[in-house]
Design a protein around this ligand. Sequence first.
Ligand SMILES: [Zn+2]
Length: 589
Amino acid sequence: MFFWFFASYVLAFQPDNKMIDYTISWQQANSHLFEITIETPSLGQETIDFALPNWRPGRYLIQNYARNVQEFSVSNDKGQLLDWEKIDKSTWRIQTGKASIVKIYYKYYANILDAGSSLLDDKEAYFNGTNLFMYQVNRRLEKCRLKILTPENWLIATALKKESQNVFLANSYDELADSPVIASPSLKTQEFTYANTTYHIVFQGKLDYDINTIADNLRKIVEQQVKLFGGTAPFEHYWFLYHIGNNTTWHGVEHSYSTSITMPANAFALERSRQNFYSISSHELFHAWNVKRIMPSVFLNPDYSREAYTRLLWFFEGVTSYYGELSLRRAEIIDEKVYLAGIEKNISDLQNAPGRLITSVEDASFNDWLQPDDRENTRISFYNKGEVLGLLLDLEIRRRTDNAKSLDDVIRYLYQNYAMENQGVPENGILLAVETVSGTDFKKFFSQFISGCDELLYDQVLAIAGLSLQVETDKSRPEAYLGIKLSPDERAIILNVTPNSPAMIGGLSKGDVLLAINDNQVNLANLSETLMGYAPNAKVTLTVFRARQLRNFEVTLTNLGNTYYQLKSLANKSEVQQRVFTSWLSSLK
Ligand SMILES: [Zn+2]
């Protein structure tokens, strides 16, 4: 008994030589400089490498977070400076000099507030570990401790496990990096429990809306998503971390145990923006399953130093958007009409994107790391097309199985067969899951619409739910179509010329400054009104400045200017159409 007590006493007071200790603090908030120290045992190594990620999960773009590191230094446990050198843009190699403990110090400039960035000012400290915490190369899977030194009376919100008031634990660097933190003197909080999980709601900034209403609605969304995955969530705690600000826009980032979402100051003023709030919250929550647990193989233990290529982002983002919206309908936060209007908008956006004809949704996923100069004309959004594909896959599976199976079964299949087994989804894994669940061949569907750029066959699929897609015209917009995008200022610079449009065929170029159509001055403010005055096939003369020279171009307008897409619901649905429609949009029981 005594021995046991003694042994545990000694263990408790021995430094944990596995733990890597991070401390974050600051002196001058208005300098936007965090001060970060990392203490790590050298474990007898002569050199130790520390690195910052070049990208973060959730945004597939090289961002080189090391660019904001200042005043890097390293010392041993006696405070003596150790030698180090950079071996690439993001990696620091430290000579340990046989010291048992190595202590790294640097400042980090943090002055951007969006969900995936970091900000320090006198009102708050917000940070994402991927931005500013270096990882010890080859020891990313070891436990970490984070001490956050804030001014007195500041509150801290994060999904990290709390050890004491301002000390938090992470099972690995990846968990530390995946757990954004808000520290502030004024956080507004609420929580609710569903199926043994506590959901924490935290607002930083001025919230002009009832937090209890927000909690009630989030609970309904949680309920529908948790039910989809079998009734319990794979976490005991989940954090909705929200920022409301004067300089922030809608932006959300998913994490395994939390989401961080920024929004503008008037986010709750209008019904439409309140809907946006639930929409983005629902999308990010769904990611807790789809991409944080069901994930492409390359995202399991990702290499932060280089791109993680996958052709599946259309599924992990687009289908997440599909379920984000469907969860709102199933939770009865939006009605059928609003839900279907969202689908119409997605279809209209896709059908108006010229890139859909030359870029597949797989290529868009794989090449997300690139930012083409001609992006507007070549890219498609894998969020947008992926969401439309989610709808078509769902209804097509229902059509082929007489509504016995749906995309719900596919997502559950992926969860059980990959996430629960700690396996990543291989690049052909979505196709295989759809084929296994439906018991039918989907290769043609995937090669036409996912690997390929064929126009989507909406009516063929929508019919099973008693819906059809109609092309409508908006009489408030000009029927005559030109195909240019103008800058919003007085000097009407052509920002884009759509491929195969009258403007492109007529010779106009991005960068031209538009002066007149048929000698009448034109800018963004009156372009629409001007085009209203022409027949859809009229010949017009456009006068522009190109490289400071006055040029005229003859252009023949066409009639594509004011079309949009509308879903029509059959008044008399057949038995099967009614059955599909109802089960698709009904709450999960
Ligand atoms: Zn997303």
